[in-house]
Design a protein around this ligand. Structure first.
Ligand SMILES: NC(=O)c1ccc[n+]([C@@H]2O[C@H](COP(=O)([O-])OP(=O)(O)OC[C@H]3O[C@@H](n4cnc5c(N)ncnc54)[C@H](OP(=O)(O)O)[C@@H]3O)[C@@H](O)[C@H]2O)c1
Length: 270
């Protein structure tokens, strides 16, 4: 991740729904981001378009205001992407690139619909809004990869992938995984209740554990080091970890969850 926004071109965002709004909030919170360079194409005004407009962005710009756009971000639903993109292709500069965050839409299809321009596919998490996101990225086009990386790295850890198919496991391990972690935290709270804690105390303690765990790796520490700082030989944490790992329990549960998410993603994109 970087501390400042460095990309020096106009940006067009098509679609400012849940993910588009998170991107807008993340960009606006990134030092060095110039809101006047952001052009948002969206059917209805939202709190994020209002915020962006107040900061200097243009909402539903004219074709003339789009001529200097260097990167077009596609954040619309897969079902409507062709109709949403088509009206803008003639306006695109010949060197413009596209960054698609759409799940299940193949890169080659976007490239073809955009007149052969370079495309990067990314799968970001909505924590981009707090500049705490992570995004798997795949692109066979060097310029699109560079531009998309610069576009996202102020608000996400951008993880390059070697093939497009790896976006599915990347989504299982990052995009869906916060929900897997919350489910585990819920189970921990229930386990605390079973040991005599009140429901309220168990949930507060488990949520606190989640915050503490995130803080423990916020400086980029390895997961092994983070575990090693808490678990001493022969201690209570080690005993708990041994129980968690017995018969491959934690690993088996994680594999099953990621496998199911990958299978579903592939089924949906067929
Ligand atoms: N949400 C996530 O956590 C997440 C994470 C990773 C990737 N994604 C991907 O991001 C994309 C958007 O997902 P989302 O959850 O943000 O969906 P969403 O909330 O439905 O947002 C899509 C937005 O695009 C607007 N739109 C539709 N047609 C348009 C057009 N022709 N021109 C301009 N705007 C148009 C929609 O407006 P209306 O509501 O009026 O139709 C809506 O505000 C999807 O492809 C999804 O796969 C989402």
């Amino acid at each position: 991740m970087t501390d400042a926004f460095t990309l020096d071109c106009d940006i067009a965002l098509i679609g400012c729904g849940r993910l588009g709004s998170a991107l807008v909030e993340g960009w606006l919170a990134t030092p060095g981001f110039r809101a006047e360079r952001l052009k948002i194409i969206e059917q209805f005004e939202t709190p994020a378009t209002d915020h962006a407009k107040a900061a200097g962005a243009t909402i539903n710009p004219s074709p003339d205001q789009l001529k200097d756009v260097g990167v077009w971000v596609l954040a619309i639903k897969p079902a409507v992407w062709r109709d949403a993109l088509a009206p803008h292709v003639d306006v695109m500069g010949k060197d413009a690139v596209l960054a698609s965050v759409m799940a299940g839409v193949r890169l080659d299809d976007v490239c073809e619909a955009a007149g052969g321009r370079g495309v990067a596919r990314l799968m970001p998490t909505t924590a981009v809004a707090q500049r705490q996101g992570v995004a798997g990225l795949y692109s066979p086009h060097q310029k699109a990869q560079d531009v998309a990386t610069a576009l996202f790295e102020g608000m996400a850890d951008v993880v390059p992938l070697e093939s497009e198919d790896l976006l599915d496991p990347a989504t299982g391990v990052a995009g869906s995984a916060p929900a897997f972690v919350y489910a585990f935290i819920q189970a921990l709270a229930k386990a605390g209740e079973a040991e005599g804690l009140t429901a309220d105390a168990a949930v507060r303690l488990a949520r606190g554990a989640l915050r503490s765990a995130a803080a423990g790796v916020s400086g980029g520490q390895s997961l092994e080091d983070a575990i090693g700082r808490i678990a001493s030989k022969g201690g209570t944490t080690r005993a708990g970890l041994d129980a968690l790992e017995a018969d491959g329990g934690a690993e088996r549960a994680a594999k099953a969850a990621v496998r199911a998410a990958v299978d579903k993603a592939r089924e949906l994109s067929r």
